[in-house]
Ligand binder design. Structure first.
Ligand code: NDP
Length: 241
């Protein structure tokens, strides 16, 4: 029987590439999304992957979503916490709402989904939890106190949970992308984008497929000694120690 993978925010951008790569690698994939029904329907038609709509920032919604998914495709072996948003502003202009929205969606979501799936993984003594953090959680980014805090929090969560689950055959890791060509980047003005590309030694944005490749490596049963790690994929823009 093929292993089951659940990708949050799995219908667009990096998540879409991860869902497709996992399917191509032989996994049965369930893709979650938050609100864009049109993109989800197009993704489902293109890939044949089942889609499940729920807000990853809401624990009760996640519980209902996980129950639906497990009923449909069986117990989840690989959780990919990919869903994320930005709400950028300098702190003196950042509203409490924009702070909360990013913390809920980018950090609480990782707790919600991992918490709901950890018992099953512990019972089966196997599992993979892979979370998509960010270069800006590693180095901090002006205008992103909310996003940098959430993404740094994901790395800390990963290091702690990796230790808790190490004896249980469950690995917990992060992938930290640099700047990747997705809808999220479409929000960045061209002038700012040119400035960003100038700081990437590889000389271009990354692709969603390059991030998906890192996830495939971590999801593999053979990656069993890699846990608590953050794989950095950023074209040498920031080399974390
Ligand atoms: P996109 O904006 O292209 O896609 C985001 C996905 O997350 C969509 O499927 C969206 O669903 C889903 N999503 C958003 N909010 C929720 C929610 N509350 N509940 C469920 N699903 C939700 O983002 P990217 O592909 O660019 O980013 C993916 C991840 O990679 C994020 O965690 C991001 O922070 C991280 N990242 C991205 C970088 C980049 O340069 N693009 C760089 C570093 C990290 P819907 O379609 O319904 O809106």
């Amino acid at each position: 029987m093929s292993r089951v993978a659940l990708v949050t925010g799995g219908t667009r951008g990096i998540g879409k590439a991860i869902s497709i790569a996992l399917k191509e690698a032989g996994y049965t994939v369930a893709a979650n999304y938050g609100g864009n029904d049109e993109a989800a329907a197009a993704f489902k038609a293109e890939t044949g992957i089942e889609v499940f709509k729920f807000d990853v920032g809401n624990f009760e919604a996640c519980a209902a979503g996980v129950a639906d998914i497990e009923k449909s495709v069986g117990p989840v072996d690989v959780l990919v916490n990919n869903a994320g948003i930005t709400r950028d502003a300098m702190l003196h202009k950042l509203t409490p709402e924009a702070w909360q929205e990013v913390i809920r969606t980018d950090l609480d979501s990782v707790f919600n989904m991992s918490k709901l799936l950890i018992d099953g993984m512990r019972e089966r003594s196997s599992g993979r939890i892979i979370s998509i953090t960010s270069i800006n959680g590693q180095k901090g980014q002006m205008g992103q106190t909310n996003y940098s805090a959430a993404k740094a929090g994901v790395i800390g969560f990963t290091k702690a949970l990796a230790q808790e689950t190490a004896r249980k055959g469950i690995t917990v890791n992060c992938v930290a992308p640099g700047y990747i060509d997705t809808d999220m980047m479409a929000a960045v003005p061209q002038k700012a984008l040119d400035g960003i590309i100038a700081t990437i030694p590889v000389g271009r944005l990354g692709t969603a497929e390059e991030i998906a490749h890192c996830v495939i490596f971590l999801a593999d049963e053979k990656a069993s000694f890699v846990t608590g790690a953050t794989i950095t994929a950023n074209g040498a823009q920031y080399i974390a120690g």
